[in-house]
Design a protein around this ligand. Structure first.
Ligand SMILES: [Zn+2]
Length: 240
């Protein structure tokens, strides 16, 4: 058998290994596993994001608390002033000062009310995000249980099919030894950018890319002791 013919058969065995590997990757169980894994990963990212936001919100809350404390102190001081004025005689009262005092008290009070609204809004948001995290965690637990069950099932499936794959790979390795080194390394190089690196030249047409090639190529394939490659796709050409 000529070397190119051996290489062609090596390619058939190589395709068989690939087909078997692809089949193992695409069982319904494996697809479900991949889907669950993606869901778990996405949920984990979502939780991390929610937790990061919760930290920001907690910081805002503690800032607001500090502001609130300062405003309450202001209010207390203003109340003391009001107490002081209420004990004064009419002749001691300065109308303008009293107006300013009332204005300041109102302003401080409004600020406290505004702050309380902000705090309650943020607290609601924090609660909402806590709830979302809890719900996600529940879903993740369910997904993880399903994943673990499927994993056992998948491993059983693999035990059955991986024997077949192992056999095919052994056959491929044995065939590789029969192909001259120069052809194998060329085959592997081409495979880096093209599937099925060997193509049949038929009626001067490359069976890999379907390009019409010069008529002299067939003669070159027949007579050359080096592999002749398609000038378009780079595949090793053989005659059948
Ligand atoms: Zn080609």
């Amino acid at each position: 058998m000529d070397n190119l013919q051996i290489l062609w058969e090596y390619q058939q065995a190589d395709m068989e290994v690939e087909r078997c590997e692809k089949e193992l990757k695409n069982t319904p169980t494996r697809k479900k596993l991949v889907k669950l894994q993606r869901f778990l990963q996405a949920s984990q990212n979502k939780i991390a994001e929610l937790e990061k936001m919760a930290v920001v919100k907690q910081n805002t809350l503690s800032d607001l608390e500090t502001q609130n404390k300062a405003l309450l102190e202001d209010l207390e001081d203003l109340n003391k002033d009001i107490g002081y004025y209420s004990e004064c005689g009419d002749d001691e009262l300065d109308q303008k000062e009293i107006e300013q005092l009332v204005k300041n008290t109102e302003k401080t009070y409004d600020a406290i009310v505004g702050l309380k609204k902000q705090v309650s809004k943020i607290k609601q948001e924090v609660e909402g995000s806590d709830k979302a995290v809890r719900e996600l965690l529940q879903k993740m637990v369910a997904a993880k249980n399903e994943y673990d069950g499927l994993r056992v099932e998948y491993n059983k499936e693999m035990e059955g099919s991986s024997g077949a794959l192992k056999e095919l790979k052994e056959k491929l390795a044995a065939m590789e030894k029969q192909v001259p080194e120069i052809l194998i390394s060329e085959y592997k190089r081409i495979k880096g950018f093209r599937p099925n690196p060997v193509a049949i030249l038929s009626e001067n047409r490359c069976g890999g890319c379907n390009m019409q090639l010069p008529s002299g190529v067939a003669a070159a394939v027949m007579s050359s002791d080096k592999p002749v490659e398609c000038e378009n796709c780079g595949r090793i050409l053989i005659l059948k």
